[in-house]
Design a protein around this ligand. Structure first.
Ligand code: PS7
Ligand code: MN
Ligand code: MN
Ligand code: MN
Ligand code: MN
Ligand code: MN
Length: 351
């Protein structure tokens, strides 16, 4: 019997890692390289939030039902055997929800401290997503002010930073200090999320979503979709540089956070997505292709970045390189030229 139980446990853990590899292009590898004390907790944190985000992203789900699921997801993860049975788009991430009982079974095997961190963040994120799906913040799935933009990114990414820092501390691999400065953890998430939102302009537009704040894009066009028109090229370039300027704000905090890490596997896990993001930011800057298709850094460049992100000195060099690329592409005729130069100046102190 005991052997049978052990085998069943191993099978459901393996299925969780299969789901991780299936649903994440970017995080699967770095999560699996984490030290034993953290690997399962971060894997389950990822899968729980991936499940939550799949509900948020499902545009076929009845809005009232969506909000009910988002607001109660922190309780659903304690319901042994719960699965998602509703119809929905047949995308790959939906399979995760259909078999969510497997994720719940493994979640319930985590240390109670880890469970508490994951449930707390799930509750805050689910309620934040629900507010944006219904509330005054987000009529017609659009974000009005820069403050709204920061708050939405806080809900879907800054909170992931809070939760990860709490897990690092709870594992004992990092000191409690890392979880104390919430602004630093928040910036770690915002930098990834905002870069993703810039890069995904066209994909999100085609899906009927707008995440760029009107306070920024409204300076350059009347309609968010105007930027795809060839006659608006210059406006599109200036709007994009304004968005890049907004993201550059978080770079100093990202470097400060990374400099505080002590565990090698945690450092790699945190640093790799951030160097991918700064390289993506340099690639998208003044690159009007983002208005037409999904652009990505070349595979070879990504592999090199992963191999090079081994310590703070190397990460600083990588940031210096890409920030210099941005400064090289910065044009004096761009209305954001001066502010971009100043933002780069603030980063230069650290690199
Ligand atoms: C728990 C690793 C390291 C302190 C599912 C990692 C979607 C950018 O466009 O899937 O929807 O396809 O490419 C990740 C901070 C969150 C922020 C947020 C959980 C770093 C649900 C990542 C990931 C904090 C909401 C994935 C925020 O992008 O986007 C774990 C420290 C999930 C991190 C979403 C986005 C993540 C995102 P798309 P992606
Ligand atoms: Mn994704
Ligand atoms: Mn989403
Ligand atoms: Mn998503
Ligand atoms: Mn995206
Ligand atoms: Mn996506």
């Amino acid at each position: 019997r005991r052997l049978q139980q052990t085998l069943a446990k191993d099978a459901s853990k393996k299925r969780c890692y299969d789901f991780l590899n299936m649903t994440s292009r970017s995080f699967a590898a770095v999560i699996q390289e984490l030290d034993d004390e953290l690997r399962d907790a971060v894997c389950l944190f990822y899968l729980v939030l991936r499940g939550l985000d799949t509900i948020e992203d499902d545009m076929t789900l009845d809005l009232d039902r969506k909000v009910e699921l988002l607001r109660s997801f922190d309780q659903i993860i304690y319901k042994e055997g719960w699965t998602f049975n509703e119809n929905g788009p047949n995308e790959k991430d939906r399979a995760l929800l259909v078999h969510f009982d497997v994720v719940i079974a493994e979640f319930l095997r985590l240390k109670p401290e880890f469970q508490a961190v994951i449930a707390n963040i799930t509750k805050l994120m689910g309620n934040g997503m629900a507010d944006y799906a219904t509330g005054e913040h987000r009529e017609n799935t659009s974000v009005a002010t820069i403050k709204d933009f920061d708050l939405y990114c806080h809900y879907v990414a800054g909170l992931v930073g809070y939760g990860l820092s709490d897990l690092f501390a709870a594992s004992g691999l990092e000191s409690e200090e890392i979880a104390k400065d919430k602004a630093l953890s928040n910036s770690m998430g915002l930098f990834l999320q905002k870069t993703n939102i810039i890069r995904d302009y066209r994909e999100d537009l085609d899906d009927g979503r707008q995440f760029w704040p009107r306070e920024i894009w409204g300076k350059y066009a009347d309609k968010f979709s105007d930027f795809i028109q060839p006659e608006n090229k210059l406006k599109a370039q200036y709007c994009l540089s304004n968005m890049v300027l907004n993201v550059l704000d978080d770079v100093p905090q990202v470097l400060t956070y990374l400099s505080k890490l002590r565990n090698q596997s945690v450092f790699n896990f945190c640093a790799i997505p951030q160097v991918m993001a700064i390289s993506t930011l340099a690639l998208v800057f003044n690159n009007l292709d983002i208005y037409h298709r999904n652009i990505k850094i070349r595979k070879g460049e990504a592999v090199k970045l992963i191999l090079d992100s081994t310590d703070m000195d190397n990460v600083v060099s990588i940031f210096r390189h890409y920030v210099f690329e941005i400064s090289r592409k910065n044009e004096a005729t761009d209305p954001n030229f001066m502010e971009i130069s100043m933002a780069i100046g603030r980063v230069s102190i650290q690199v």
